[in-house]
Design a protein around this ligand. Structure first.
Ligand SMILES: C[S@@+](CC[C@H](N)C(=O)[O-])C[C@H]1O[C@@H](n2cnc3c(N)ncnc32)[C@H](O)[C@@H]1O
Length: 160
């Protein structure tokens, strides 16, 4: 019985408490990720960051197409799953850390699947830190009051 409680607590801390500081883990649909990637033009050799990279499925789809990818994921269990998923792709990295502290200045593309309460803060971070011309792919959510450049599948695309 004790062991079940320990397992439940270990799972609750990273998966449950995340809602206090960021979006909980809800994975993107692989079909949608593929539609988005087919619909946006990304230069060869581009660096993509997934802010809150979950189980690494978005990173894997980008890596499969030859892009350099870096994920930031606060939940260490998900970060570990991503690392295992990405082990066959050399140009990849996953940081088990807070994306609010991530250096995004070298990114060509940001992918983010966040939630409404975090979008304004996220916009400010990206506006201040991204290089001009960087693309932001926001899965499912939009930045309030900011013009969406394009919609592809369920994603809103912004050119910064
Ligand atoms: C909606 S899920 C999206 C996962 C993945 N990007 C996808 O599209 O499948 C959001 C993820 O962000 C992570 N997350 C939330 N806040 C975070 C933060 N401040 N730093 C790093 N990861 C965070 C959560 O643990 C969760 O895995």
């Amino acid at each position: 019985m004790m062991i079940i409680w320990i397992i439940l607590i270990i799972l609750f801390v990273p998966f449950g408490l995340i809602v206090l500081i960021g979006a909980p883990f809800v994975p993107s649909k692989t079909k949608n990720i593929q539609k988005i990637l087919d619909g946006v033009k990304i230069r060869k050799g581009s660096l993509l960051l997934d802010l809150g990279s979950g189980d690494g499925r978005v990173l894997a789809e980008f890596a499969r197409r030859g892009y350099k990818v870096v994920g930031y994921e606060l939940n260490p269990i998900l970060a570990l799953v991503s690392k295992l998923r990405l082990r066959k792709y050399p140009l990849t990295n996953v940081h088990s850390s807070d994306y609010w502290r991530a250096d995004v200045s070298k990114a060509d593309v940001i992918f983010v699947f966040s939630a409404t309460p975090f979008m304004a803060r996220l916009y400010d971070k990206l506006k201040n830190e991204l290089k001009p011309g960087a693309m932001v792919i926001s899965y499912g959510f939009s930045f309030e009051g900011i013009k969406i450049d394009r919609k592809v599948s369920v994603a809103n695309i912004y050119q910064f």
